[in-house]
Design a protein around this ligand. Structure first.
Ligand code: FMN
Length: 175
C-alpha cells in the first residue's frame, strides 16, 4: 500500500474503550472540534452542535445514561454531537449523514493526536431513553437531536490496524 501518514492514521483508528487516567490537553480538544466542524455537509447547511465535557461528574452521568457507554466514565473528554435540523431553514434531511461525517472526523483527528476513541450511537436508542437522558444531563433543547457521543482519552489498550479492503466487498466497474 502507498506510504502516507494520513492513510496510516485512518487505518490505525480502532474503537478504544479503556483509557489511562490522564487528561486530554486543551489544544488537542480544540483541534478535534475544528476537525469535526470541517466535515462535509449537504447543501453546506452544517446542522451540528458539539458539546464537549471533561467534567468527571458529567462523564459519569453520561456513562450511566448509555447502556453500551460505560467507558465514558474513564474518558478524558466526551464530545456529544447534536443536530439542529432546521438550521438555515433547512429541510429535514441529511443531518444524520452530516453528523456522521463530523463523528468520523472526530475519531480520525483523535487517532492523529495519539488518542483512543469510540463512537457511541445515541440517535436510535429511543426505546431505552438514551437521547432523553443525555438531553437532560447536558441541557440540550427539545428541538435539537442528540446523534452520538465520542468517548476520547489516552488509550489503555491497543488493537491492530486495518489493511487492504476485503476484495469480496469491492466491486470494480460494476457489481
Ligand atoms: C453508529 C455507531 C454506533 C456505535 N455505538 C457503539 C456503542 O454504543 N458502544 C460501543 O462500545 N461501540 C459502539 N460503536 C463502535 C463499534 O462497535 C465499532 O466501530 C465496531 O465494533 C468496529 O470496531 P473498530 O471501530 O475498532 O473498527 C458504534 C459505532 C457506530 C458507527
Amino acid at each position: 500500500m502507498v506510504e502516507n501518514e494520513t492513510i496510516k492514521i485512518i487505518l490505525s483508528r480502532r474503537s478504544i474503550r479503556r483509557y489511562k487516567d490522564k487528561p486530554v490537553e486543551r489544544e488537542k480538544i480544540d483541534a478535534i472540534l475544528a476537525c469535526a466542524a470541517a466535515a462535509p455537509s449537504a447543501n453546506n447547511f452544517r446542522p451540528w452542535h458539539f458539546i464537549e465535557t471533561t467534567d468527571r461528574q458529567t462523564l459519569g452521568a453520561l456513562a450511566d445514561a448509555h447502556p453500551y457507554g460505560k467507558m465514558i466514565a474513564e474518558a478524558g473528554v466526551a464530545i456529544v454531537v447534536c443536530a439542529e435540523k432546521e438550521r438555515n431553514k433547512a429541510v429535514d434531511v441529511w443531518w444524520e449523514e452530516d453528523c456522521g461525517a463530523a463523528m468520523e472526523n472526530i475519531l480520525v483527528a483523535a487517532a492523529a493526536l495519539g488518542l483512543g476513541s469510540v463512537w457511541l450511537g445515541v440517535l436510535h436508542h429511543g426505546p431505552s431513553g438514551v437521547p432523553e437522558k443525555v438531553r437532560k444531563i447536558l441541557g440540550i433543547p427539545a428541538d435539537v437531536q442528540v446523534v452520538a457521543i465520542a468517548s476520547i482519552g489516552y488509550g489503555a489498550e491497543t488493537k491492530p490496524p486495518y489493511g487492504e479492503a476485503d476484495p469480496a466487498l469491492v466491486h470494480k466497474g460494476r457489481w
